[in-house]
Design a protein around this ligand. Structure first.
Ligand SMILES: [Zn+2]
Ligand SMILES: [Zn+2]
Length: 226
């Protein structure tokens, strides 16, 4: 069986070995070739900040940013799959900004394996303007085989975040509003907010705050990269 690597377009040769067939594992087409698979660095769950998921060794397993959040009374927990390294930045550029929607496939399985159905999954929304330009919500692209709620909407009168610096982002007013159609579906529920990248953590916190104010039981974050 032959198919092409979704990232470098080289041919991948999949050898169906006898031991694989006997293992009764479901056959999945490889999406990345072995070289491209190594470009994206997984975050080591045993060597990262326990609050935000940042890769590395930290005193008390907590990074400086999270110590600051904690001092402000914020204890949101986030999990991320990959380090935000150069290849991941290139990936985001191609997928999100150049709008190559096929590339979502590279990372869908990580979300599928991690998310379980007893949680309510809520993706971070994109603005109407972004949706028109890009044609898709890049976060929802990762969730294509998962049930999720479009419970958050962008509060359209606010400026978009990419134009603001770190300080501007942290101090920004609530960028989201609740989708009234799902108001009752979040009450007393444990919610996972999904985003593509955790940068300052402000986006997920704004979303989390809004959901908690509207009756959610717990919220936590999940992002592709940190
Ligand atoms: Zn490749
Ligand atoms: Zn942290």
């Amino acid at each position: 069986m032959t198919n092409r690597c979704l990232w470098c377009n080289k041919t991948i040769n999949n050898e169906l070995t006898l031991s694989f067939i006997l293992s009764l594992k479901k056959y999945q087409d490889e999406i990345l070739c072995s070289e491209c698979l190594c470009l994206f660095k997984k975050i080591d769950n045993n060597l990262c900040c326990y609050m935000c998921g940042r890769n590395g060794k930290f005193e008390l397993n907590k990074c400086l940013d999270c110590s600051r959040w904690e001092l402000m009374g914020d204890t949101l927990i986030n999990h991320s799959f990959f380090q935000y390294n150069k290849p991941m930045k290139d990936y985001m550029q191609k997928y999100k900004f150049n709008g190559d929607y096929r590339l979502r496939k590279i990372f869908c399985k990580y979300f599928e394996q991690y998310l379980n159905p007893d949680r309510i999954i809520i993706p971070i929304p994109v603005s109407n303007k972004t949706f028109k330009q890009r044609g898709f919500n890049q976060v929802e692209g990762f969730l294509e085989n998962i049930d999720y709620l479009r419970a958050l909407l962008v509060n359209e009168d606010k400026k978009t975040q990419s134009h603001l610096n770190r300080k501007g982002r942290i101090s920004m007013k609530q960028p989201f509003k609740l989708n009234d159609s799902f108001k009752n579906d979040i009450i007393d529920k444990s919610i996972i907010i999904v985003d593509d990248i955790y940068t300052t953590g402000t986006t997920i916190r704004h979303a989390g705050k809004l959901l908690m104010e509207n009756g959610a039981k717990t919220v936590q974050g999940l992002t592709l990269a940190r």
